[in-house]
Design a protein around this ligand. Structure first.
Ligand code: ZN
Ligand code: ZN
Ligand code: ZN
Length: 92
């Protein structure tokens, strides 16, 4: 049961064909552990295990609550406001 109230923010469900890495880390020459994609604007950021946590920073700064995993084979999403993980059914 999804209790996230931010699902209407979702605009982007599909990952881009090519992901060079975390946009902000590439800019500052840092590294990342895992990648996340903002489901509102499609921005690629790094996960909470990464030193700069750019996905979380972007969520807070832009007010975009939901990001999905950008790792191969992973389709779960995460709401930074509700702090819950779920899978968005993009086939609807
Ligand atoms: Zn939410
Ligand atoms: Zn980053
Ligand atoms: Zn965004």
């Amino acid at each position: 049961m999804i209790t996230c109230t931010h699902l209407d923010q979702i605009d982007v469900t599909e990952l881009p064909a090519a992901i060079p890495g975390c946009e902000e880390c590439l800019r500052i020459g840092s590294g990342w552990v895992h990648l996340r994609m903002c489901m509102t604007c499609g921005k690629i950021g790094c996960c909470d295990s990464s030193p700069n946590k750019h996905a979380r920073v972007h969520a807070a700064e832009a007010g975009h609550a939901i990001a999905r995993s950008a790792e191969p084979g992973e389709d779960w999403s995460w709401c930074f406001v509700d702090e819950i993980a779920f899978v968005v059914d993009s086939r609807r």
